[in-house]
Design a protein around this ligand. Sequence first.
Ligand code: ADP
Ligand code: ASP
Ligand code: MG
Length: 412
Amino acid sequence: MALIVQKYGGSSVRTTDHIKRVAGRIKDTVTEGNSVVVVVSAMGDTTDELIEMAGQITNKPSAREMDMLVTTGEQVSVALLSMALQEIGIDSISLTGGQAGIRTEAVHGKARILDIQPDRIHRELKDGKVVVVAGFQGVTDDGEIATLGRGGSDTTAVALAAAIQADVCEIYTDVEGVYTTDPRVVPHARKINEISYDEMLELANLGAVVLHPRAVECAKQYNIPLRVRSSFTKNPGTLVKEEAEMEQGMIVRGIAHDLNVAKVALVGVPHRKNSLQLVFKKLAAENINVDIIVQSIVHNEVSDISFTVSVDDLDKACDVLNGVKEELNASEIVCEEGLAKVSIVGAGMISNPGVAAQMFDALTEAGIGIKMVSTSEIKVSCVIDASQVHDAVKALHTSFGLDALDTVTVAK
Ligand code: ADP
Ligand code: ASP
Ligand code: MG
């Protein structure tokens, strides 16, 4: 008998029929003799619809009220799933994040889980119940409801698996596992059987929405094997773990893309030693996360400082730069939207030179201009025009030998 955490994403509980089918799967797991904790997301596009409704009322909703609003989505699905389980003879109980003992930071919209007190869950499991927990939410020390950021139900599942020392954490979604790239962009993407935490963390951080980055971080920290699989089939999916086998001759494990990229440039800054220090301290003070940074110095006299931020932070970043423009005597500030970041990821890069060169080659051959580049041990990222991002992903997928012979079907 095993203790299993299963997480079902929005597409897996899109309609009441989907919920009934998920209940049937959970029943099978229970009948095999396992104890099960289930984490569920809001049904289908509920979260987007709730956000849209808020937008019909105000452009600046308070972050607290947004969290009150969007967490209702998960509350609907846990209650319905628990009813569906009871209807087929499985004893179960639904819990909100707070009831499940999930304590978070006092930050609305992107709180981190601080700890989980799993007493209630253990009690319910001991009573022979399936415990159905609302994903994506927790409670602050002040008793306020906070959410974990979009896609955060994955993190709820992994954090719960760590807290109750589950044997496995299974993430059920609408594709057969983690692919070499988003199968919606490249139908010839290939399913990956095994991937390391580090590679998966890069892919998730670089835009592969199949797993929430913090879920991977938490799985790595507590060494919890994660299985990503389809809720529509019985196939084994992808195992995310400490070390993973690489197919012979493969250097790149996967390709990710991210459209949430904006570029800011401070142009013509007369060179002085502390300009970078000044700019980035002010950005940090405003809580702006900066990604790729490029400084180019011409003849040791003037420099251009450019960097990328998320689209949401663009206005704030431009305000900060306008505030320092005079002090630095810069000639111009340029803010650019309509960009994307495309990245290749693979542990094999460490020992194989020429990977970046091959990436630039493939993009150039496809007629795609590269605006910025950043590298780490196991990834190379390029900032390009958003309009070309799908072409870029396809070109890189082919260039690094990742195309499969058959095409992927995404479940409905
Ligand atoms: P869920 O509602 O189950 O959480 P998500 O939409 O958050 O589902 O994540 C699943 C989706 O992630 C897939 O439908 C796919 O389009 C997208 N995706 C992006 N990159 C990848 C990848 N490398 N492998 C698999 N799916 C990916
Ligand atoms: N329902 C939330 C969202 O759409 C959380 C999740 O699905 O993981 O972002
Ligand atoms: Mg998701």
